[in-house]
Design a protein around this ligand. Structure first.
Ligand code: FE
Length: 229
């Protein structure tokens, strides 16, 4: 199996390329890096079967629309995705077969946004902005909800086997991977005794809006296209 973690430095976004012998998927691709993805796929001899966003992003513009135009890939987001150009909408428990022996199991984990999903890939989990390394995705805009995120984390993601390797959608401090056990032990957001305590912690954050939010959210509802199509 091919597993590559690619970074978009300006927004500290991780994009994941996963693939088998001939077919691949890109998860959370960034529009500015479209040419880089197309070249890498070509060099590795892979056909892009799927472009997947874990949620509507507020901090970068998605490459889904560009990749679909370049490669003919299926563009995927999870219910209740509102992006206009998604060609396949998935739900909790759905499995995306990328190639022989390479599949992604979708887990609906609302909280950061109501359309947030994580994807289980064997002993790895791609956590989007639901679970970050030593953090969790903010819940103060885009239909975010801290109580819902608490349940997504503690009733779903954190119940994966403890040695599951965690790959987040962002990291701002240079961390690249973790495990469920490591996050349960050391993630400060997870050291809470109740849902109410988690909500209080998240509500106290008072974070500034992402730099690119006013551009990124409207563009991402059109799969990264800067004008309606
Ligand atoms: Fe996000």
């Amino acid at each position: 199996m091919i597993f590559r973690q690619l970074i978009h430095r300006d927004t500290s976004t991780y994009t994941y390329l996963i693939g088998g012998e001939t077919r691949a998927a890109l998860i959370d691709p960034v529009a500015e890096d479209l040419d880089k993805y197309v070249q890498l796929l070509d060099e590795l001899g892979l056909t892009l079967a799927y472009g997947i966003d874990t949620h509507v992003h507020a901090d970068h513009v998605t490459a889904l629309g560009g990749l679909r135009d370049c490669t003919g890939c299926v563009t995927v987001m999870g219910h209740p995705a509102r992006a206009q150009c998604v060609s396949q909408t998935i739900a909790d428990g759905d499995v995306i077969e990328v190639d022989d022996g390479v599949s992604l199991r979708a887990m609906h984990t609302p909280g950061h946004t109501d359309d947030s999903y994580v994807f289980v890939l064997g002993d790895r989990v791609l956590t989007g902005d639901t679970l970050l390394i030593r953090g969790t995705g903010r819940t103060d805009f885009q239909n975010g909800d801290a109580a819902t995120q608490y349940r997504s984390l503690f009733d779903k993601v954190l119940r994966l086997p403890p040695d599951t390797r965690v790959y987040p959608g962002h990291d701002y401090r240079g961390f690249t991977e973790s495990t469920i056990a490591e996050e349960l032990a050391h993630n400060p957001r997870l050291q809470v005794e109740s849902q109410d305590a988690y909500v209080a912690l998240m509500n106290a954050l008072r974070l500034p809006s992402p730099r690119h939010m006013d551009i990124a959210v409207p563009a991402n509802l059109r799969c990264g296209k800067t004008s309606p199509s």
